[in-house]
Design a protein around this ligand. Structure first.
Ligand code: HEM
Length: 141
C-alpha cells in the first residue's frame, strides 16, 4: 500500500512539475506590447513560481521515483533505464527555465532565447515518451 501511496505522490508531483515547465516558459517568452518592455512584476512572479513551486515539485518527483525504483527493484528494467535518459533531458530543460528566468528578471529588455521558446514542446515530447515507457513497460533489452 505504501508503494501505491508514494506512486500517487510521484504522479501528483510530476503533474505540478510538468505544468510549470510548460506554462512558465510560454509566459516568459510572450513578446511585450509594441514599444514596451516586459513587465518586471510579472517576470518576478514567474521566476518566483519556478523557484517556489516547480523546483520543489521536480525534487519530489525525482526523490519519489528513485524510492519507488529502489523499492521494487526496477533499476535493471530497460524501460526505466531509457526513462532515466529522458528524465535527465527534462532536468536539463528545467535548468534552462531556471537560468533564463533569472536572467530575464535581471534584464527585462533581453530577447528570450529560442531554446526557452522550445522548452514547452520539448517537455511535452519527453513527457509522452516517459509516460509510454512507465505505463507500457516495454522489454527493450
Ligand atoms: C529519478 C527519476 C524517476 C524515477 C527513478 C522514476 C521511477 C518510477 C517508478 C519506479 C514508477 C512505478 C512503476 C510501477 O510501479 O508501475 C514510476 C511511475 C511513473 N513515473 Fe516515474 N520516475 C522518475 C521520474 C519521472 C518523471 C520525471 C516523470 C514524468 C515527467 C515520471 C512519470 C511517471 C509516470 C507517468 C508513471 C506511471 C504511474 C502509473 O503506473 O500509474 N517519472 N516512476
Amino acid at each position: 500500500v505504501l508503494y501505491l501511496v508514494l506512486k500517487a505522490f510521484h504522479v501528483t508531483a510530476l503533474t505540478v512539475w510538468m505544468a510549470g515547465m510548460i506554462v512558465v516558459p510560454l509566459l516568459l517568452t510572450r513578446p511585450p506590447a509594441p514599444g514596451r518592455e516586459r513587465d518586471p512584476t510579472t517576470l518576478a512572479a514567474l521566476r518566483g513560481f519556478a523557484t517556489r513551486v516547480t523546483s520543489p515539485a521536480m525534487l519530489a518527483t525525482l526523490g519519489l521515483g528513485l524510492w519507488l525504483a529502489q523499492d521494487a527493484g526496477w533499476f535493471r528494467a530497460s524501460w526505466l533505464q531509457l526513462k532515466l535518459v529522458l528524465v535527465l533531458i527534462l532536468t536539463g530543460l528545467h535548468g534552462v527555465v531556471a537560468g533564463q528566468s533569472r536572467r530575464l528578471v535581471a534584464e527585462p529588455g533581453m530577447p528570450a532565447s529560442a531554446l526557452l521558446r522550445a522548452v514547452p514542446w520539448l517537455t511535452l515530447a519527453c513527457l509522452a515518451g516517459i509516460a509510454l515507457l512507465a505505463i507500457v513497460k516495454p522489454g527493450l533489452w
